[in-house]
Design a protein around this ligand. Sequence first.
Ligand SMILES: Nc1ncnc2c1ncn2[C@@H]1O[C@H](COP(=O)(O)OP(=O)(O)OP(=O)(O)O)[C@@H](O)[C@H]1O
Ligand SMILES: [Mg+2]
Length: 257
Amino acid sequence: MTITNRKGGVGKTTTVVNLAAAWQATGRRVLVLDLDAQGHASWGLGRKAVSRQEASIHRLFREEAAEGPMIVASRLPGLDLVPAERSFEERHSMVKRDLLAQWIRQVASKSAYEVVLIDTPPVLGTLMINALHAADMVLVPFVPHFLGLDGVQQLVRLADYLRSSAEETQQQGRLLLLPVMVDKRLKQHREVIDAVLNQFGRERVLLPGIRNNIRIAEAFGYAQSVLEYAPESSGAEDYRNLVNQLQAAGPAHEQGV
Ligand SMILES: Nc1ncnc2c1ncn2[C@@H]1O[C@H](COP(=O)(O)OP(=O)(O)OP(=O)(O)O)[C@@H](O)[C@H]1O
Ligand SMILES: [Mg+2]
């Protein structure tokens, strides 16, 4: 599953880290790929982004790299990670869109990961395109507060792009929208969620979403998931519920790649 949005600061990385921990808590074997060179998902799972010499996920996109990426363990048993490379910059000449999908297929044939979560940078470049192509499911977190009409339109364009690229590769990529940092008391939040429901239909929007919860932001500061830092918080509850919702929909790999 790829967690992406073309907007920055909308809770992509937070969702990767906490969803990974919530899945791990159900006994699943989980792999997180930190495709964003900011390295925040690596940080949130207690590992640092690595330097150019080490085996980051970004190595896949360096033609000169002799070795492939290396999987490392997180603090949580059964939750592994391939860290980001801090110095990585995308070049326009990078055109291959299936490098990541191929690597994941290789890894999946060797290891028993049941869930693979990919964090992306907030730009539509080679990395994001690879992440979209590798995913059986695309989760788009959005903040209903500042999303506004423009943000809804950006989601529509992303959905159109996914649909056209899915046709090309014979895939049926599923797009699900997740409201995050939700505050139901705010009229604007209710209005934007209604607008998104109208646009995309109920089956594509994961309601009620993730509430605004200070414990989520605090946990990240301590390089922990909110499930470890504040297991009784609404944030932990919301991410546990999200896993239940996704499981009720069936295992990701059975939903048609
Ligand atoms: N449900 C929530 N409640 C409160 N704060 C949240 C919640 N979700 C995310 N945040 C906070 O919002 C900020 C942005 O989140 P995050 O870094 O996950 O966004 P992002 O989309 O990955 O950003 P970028 O585009 O820079 O990669 C962080 O400070 C995070 O702690
Ligand atoms: Mg991020």
